[in-house]
Design a protein around this ligand. Structure first.
Ligand code: ADP
Ligand code: MG
Length: 341
């Protein structure tokens, strides 16, 4: 993990090339299908602009929305993105139509309209590769998946990491392998099976592990013992909580105050309900109050809970990858990274 050497677009001369860019525009849509949160779109724009200003002939955007079988269209997202970008995006609903499109920026319909995407089907990969001459991955949030647009294309075309992708990998690799200590890792939320393995790794890497949320309930109920040397704090109020209590909050805050680095994933309570948000809020406030610490936060629900408080900018690094961030911290690499090394 120490030596992840990514090929980034800085190693690429895109002049006169058709560049396939895998973007992560799997954004949250509201009731009227409007884009509620455009962070992921915004974080891909520097790469698109860089490629254009360095002479790329065409950019072919690939992205997904939702799951296979849901049939969600990316058209609305493309329309929204072209306003942010200040440039027209030609949207096409088949690979063949994308081929024929002459616009500077074209975008293919939701990759998950096709079964071949998740299955990394060679036939689908071949169709996609025909859309360009080089490939750029700017979808860090998808790098843990072995799909056609993440792994398949990259094995065939010259493949590079986008700017945000590279920053994600660099930052997360550094905070886990070479953090300013003490490293305090805060974990909560609900995806318990996913997170238990990461807790095991963190117990060896971190100095202090603060466990809250539903994760803590399960952790305590199942009497899980971690092998590492980290000091582990769990809610003192018990294992049947919808939020961490006052005493746990104070204990967690004390540890966060002392941190040199903080990594946080997962809300401390059932944050969708107002009365269970206080624990998460207290943790957030302690984290940003520690000016000395380098702070990293990721996870869809964690960020949604903070975003409401309009405080994201006070965090040093906000990861665009939920599952991908957790998997990278756990494993040290990801399928989508390996194909770019
Ligand atoms: P993230 O998306 O940030 O990785 P998760 O998806 O793992 O986080 O978990 C977020 C969910 O966990 C939220 O829907 C929240 O309501 C739920 N949750 C957290 N703590 C509790 C709890 N104590 N009881 C019930 N649900 C909880
Ligand atoms: Mg989640």
């Amino acid at each position: 993990m120490e030596n992840l050497k990514l090929k980034t677009i800085r190693n690429l001369d895109p002049k006169d090339k058709r560049v396939i860019v895998r973007a992560d525009w799997n954004v949250t849509l509201g009731k009227a299908l409007q884009v509620v949160d455009d962070t992921r779109i915004k974080r891909t724009l520097p790469t698109i602009k860089w490629l254009l200003s360095n002479g790329a002939k065409q950019i072919v955007l690939l992205a997904h929305l939702g799951k296979y079988g849901e049939g969600k269209s990316l058209r609305g997202v493309a329309e929204y993105a072209q306003i942010l970008l200040g440039q027209e995006i030609t949207f096409c609903d088949t690979v063949t139509r994308c081929h024929a499109a002459t616009g500077k920026i074209v975008m293919l319909e939701n990759l998950r309209m096709w079964k071949g995407e998740d299955e990394n089907d060679p036939k689908f990969v071949k169709e996609l590769t025909s859309l360009g001459e080089v490939y750029v991955n700017e979808a860090f949030g998808e790098a843990h998946r072995e799909s056609a647009s993440i792994v398949g294309i990259a094995k065939i075309l010259p493949a590079y990491a986008g700017l945000n992708f590279a920053t994600e990998v660099e930052t997360l690799t550094k905070v886990i392998n070479n953090p300013r200590r003490p490293l305090v890792v805060i974990m909560g939320g609900a995806k318990v099976e996913d997170k238990i393995k990461l807790l095991e790794v963190m117990s060896k890497k971190a100095d202090t592990l603060l466990i809250g949320g539903k994760l803590a309930n399960e952790f305590l109920t199942n009497e899980i013992k971690l092998k590492g040397d980290a000091k582990v704090l769990t809610p003192v109020e018990g294992n049947n909580l919808l939020d961490i209590g006052d005493e746990t909050r104070s204990l967690f805050v004390e540890e966060i105050k002392k941190a040199g680095t903080v990594i946080w994933n997962g809300p401390m309570g059932k944050v969708e309900e107002e009365q269970y948000r206080a624990g998460t809020h207290v943790v957030y406030e302690a984290l940003v109050a520690n000016q000395e610490a380098y702070t990293v936060v990721g996870g869809g629900d964690t960020l949604a809970a903070i975003r409401d408080e309009r405080h994201l900018s006070r965090i040093d690094f906000v990861s665009t990858g939920g599952g991908a961030m957790l998997k990278l911290l756990e494993k040290g690499t990801l399928p989508g990274i390996e194909v770019l090394e």
